[in-house]
Ligand binder design. Structure first.
Ligand code: HSE
Length: 461
């Protein structure tokens, strides 16, 4: 046995031996978990009541795994036995001496198989894998309940921010009304740069890739899929509903134009990629899309790769959680918090642990996820129009017919010799299908010369 977080003897309260962890995947977060456990072993053991040691590591890149383990040799605090390093992850999840499996592989291929196999072998699981839980969470949690084991996933949402803990435990007295989060650092970095420099999406993405901020294949980030995985998980624990990623409405930022960021700014708004989930009378809204937010809101000022989650509960009111949503040690911070939680409750009757999705499994709600056409939102509309008398009147008449109230209008003065201009309208809250119908009528006007740009707007009040 090797590594970490001390033996029991230093802390008289516990006579139990260390908890033995099998780590699957030793990339950035795996290495960060190793480092933080080694550095803070004393503090962590004082909190957990017993040692937490990494007993086995599995990675296909076995040379890198050996290198990392070797680098920590001097940190061993137990018996000095070697950490088992293998490229056979199945042998780790089936190892009878392992208590907890930490899954840091990602994706829903082999990771699903390993997590289910670990549960079948009675292991507790800690995972940072948002995609896996958003898509296969119901199956995984059911299997874990059956076996009486924990599946902990703090690191899956907003990296180092303890938002799962806050939603599941800290806010447990509340009826949650809504959650709105900046939960993807890559896109927030791109939006901040677009605003600061007035650059196009393509130019900033390229720069972000060169600097290593964005993945070589950034699809999951820029198309909103990563954020949708995370908001799906938050929605489930906020409202006590199953995870339903397939019903989430997902739009990314790849077609967002610098022009709209500029006009929004002139009207007192910033555009952020928000993951939103809201309780409505007949269902739950679950959506990710670029969103105008008033600049005066705290969350509108979250810049660069930082994350923030805003939660509105009926008793507590508004709360906001801010921090790093990615990176080796911020994510390791969340992984180790889960390891400590699992360690503390290993001997607790499974029926008395915090339920996986915050609500008791037999008390889940069957509220449906609402289709996007039923979502309630305000809207930013940018229309390219012929600069002729009566154009604005035609447009506002269509909106009035659809019972859509206008909040603000901005009309750009046409440049010298130009015969077209932009009209920007902000509407009050309406149902999305009403807005769709009005836009179709507006686009049919002969004086409206191109398709409307429509971005949702949330006051977050
Ligand atoms: N790729 C994510 C982000 C971090 O950019 O925030 C991991 O979920």
């Amino acid at each position: 046995m090797t590594v970490f977080a001390g033996g029991a003897s230093a802390f008289g309260a516990s006579r139990l031996g260390p908890v033995r962890v099998g780590l699957l995947g030793i990339g950035t977060v795996g290495a960060g978990t190793f480092n933080v456990l080694a550095r803070n072993q004393h503090e962590i053991t004082r909190r957990a009541g017993r040692g937490i040691e990494i007993a086995a590591v599995a990675d296909l890149d076995i040379a890198r795994a050996r290198e990392l383990v070797a680098a920590h040799k001097g940190d061993a605090v137990n018996n000095g036995d070697p950490v088992r390093v293998t490229d056979d992850a199945l042998s780790v999840v089936r190892d009878p001496s392992i208590d907890v499996v930490v899954e840091l592989i990602g994706g829903y291929g082999i990771a699903l198989k390993l997590v289910l196999e670990a549960i079948a072998h009675g292991k507790h699981v800690v995972t940072a894998n948002k995609a896996l839980l958003a898509v296969h969470g119901n199956e995984i949690f059911a299997a874990a309940r059956e076996k009486g084991v924990m599946v902990a996933f703090e690191a899956a949402v907003a990296g180092g921010i303890p938002i799962i803990k806050a939603l599941r435990e800290g806010l447990t007295a509340n009826r949650i009304d809504w959650i709105a989060g900046i939960i993807n650092g890559t896109t927030n970095f791109i939006l901040s740069e677009m605003r600061d420099k007035g650059s196009s999406f393509e130019a900033v993405l390229k720069e972000a890739q060169q600097l290593g901020y964005a993945e070589a294949d950034p699809t999951f980030d820029i198309e909103g899929i990563d954020a949708a995985h995370k908001v799906t998980i938050m929605s489930a624990i906020a409202f006590g509903i199953p995870v339903q990623f397939e019903r989430a409405h997902v739009e990314g930022i790849s077609s967002l134009q610098a022009t709209d960021i500029r006009y929004a700014e002139q009207l007192g708004y910033r555009i952020k990629l928000l993951g939103i989930t809201r309780r409505r009378e007949h269902g739950i809204e679950l959506r990710v899309h670029p969103t105008l937010i008033p600049t005066r809101r705290l969350i509108a000022n979250v810049e660069g790769a930082m994350n923030a989650v805003w939660v509105k509960g009926d008793a507590v009111g508004h709360t906001m959680y801010y921090g790093k949503g990615a990176g080796a040690e911020p994510t390791a911070s969340a992984v180790i918090a889960d390891l400590v939680d699992v360690t503390r409750t290993l001997t607790v009757d499974p029926g008395n642990r915090v339920p996986h999705l915050a609500f008791q499994a037999d008390a889940m709600a069957d509220l449906p996820i609402l289709p996007i056409s039923e979502v309630e939102s305000a809207y930013y509309l940018r229309l390219r129009v012929a600069d002729e008398p009566g154009v604005l009147a035609d447009i506002t008449r269509i909106l009035a017919d659809a019972q859509i109230s206008i909040d603000a209008v901005l009309q750009r003065e046409p440049a010298e010799g130009e015969h077209q201009t932009d009209i920007i309208l902000l509407t009050h809250v309406t149902i999305e299908k009403q807005c769709d119908q009005a836009i179709a009528r507006i686009e049919a006007l002969p004086t409206v010369v191109s398709k409307a740009t429509r971005i949702r707007l949330e006051d977050l009040n």
